[in-house]
Design a protein around this ligand. Sequence first.
Ligand SMILES: *Cc1c(COP(=O)(O)O)cnc(C)c1O
Length: 395
Amino acid sequence: MINSQEIIDSIKSVINFNKESGIIPIHEPFFKGSNAYKYVKNCLDTGWVSSSGEWVTKFEQSIQSFTKSKYAIVVSNGTVALRLALFLVGVEEDCEVLMPPLSFVATANAVSHLGALPHFVDIDAQSLGLCPKALDKRLNEVADFKDDILINKYTGRKIGAVVPVHVFGLPANINEIKNICEKWKLPLVEDAAEALGSRVKDSKEFKHCGCFGDFGILSFNGNKIITSGGGGALLTNDKELALSAKHLSTTAKVPHPWNFYHDQVGWNDRLPNINAALGCSQMEIIEQNLKNKRLLHTKYTEYFENIKDLEILKEMKNSESNYWLVTMRLNVNNPERIKQNILQEAYDSKIFLRPSWQLLNELPMYKNVSCGDLRESIKQSKRLINLPSSPQLLN
Ligand SMILES: *Cc1c(COP(=O)(O)O)cnc(C)c1O
């Protein structure tokens, strides 16, 4: 029987909790000792605070060199990055987009913003990401080619893309998912919002999450591993797609020193220079953050090792997690009550834990869309709890 007090005590030991610690949030941004102040001040001093400026290009370059993606286009947040990527791979009104139900709501919302619909497919227990077998099985059940277009034969809608999610920084089985996308000729857009710094080995080398499909997206929201205040990026190795993403995110304005000519309906998805400056300063400390997070994960694993029926999730073989949020799993048959007890007792001790999201197919706006058998998602979502994971917790 899992004892919630024992769990709270173990968390307190890991994070050196004492009376003065105050509230322990799940994940806090960290700027101390970095160039954040200097770079942001530069924007204020020069007046370049808004939608263009040199920090935008610098931020894109640092993301490219860190992820080894050929192109990186920064935008105002991860949700619009996903919406833009989906638009560019051809997702349009009345399409269906295959995705796991265990994700933040933005994954499904980005699809809805284009007038398309999510179609939920199950996860696998180890990676918590989209299950390649479930994906192939679902496609075999519902999909048919009609004039070379993949259709859901039950709804008549086009199946437009697959969006796997690298949940909590744990890489999904992306090589297998990619193979299935190729088999069914489906565009692949990776939601790597939580996975900056996570990598997966393909046949030869470790590749950054978000670099396997047509597009990958990142988020730099305040709770992610690094932040630009708010922000996101699209990753792609395709030059045409990269140019189109830049163009459409900058109101489709044809560059000219003074003329305002726009050749399509675009979006204003640009990341302001002041946010990019903050982002640049954060990219300088990402290796340090990753190191601290790995250390924190090791420490949680050690302290929880002897607690029965409880597991700290670990990266799979041939993959590297950024351990954005360290996650524990309650390996018991009826985890609901014990989960509530743990969350309540932690809250009373001013330690904020987080249950995994309510499944997307259970939310009012998505409860009537198509779903495969979601058995594993339902099972897992009941037993996952995220632990405080700020990189500075061990300082
Ligand atoms: C944070 C997040 C997003 C959205 O990013 P924002 O920058 O907050 O818009 C999308 N998907 C997942 C899985 C996320 O965690």
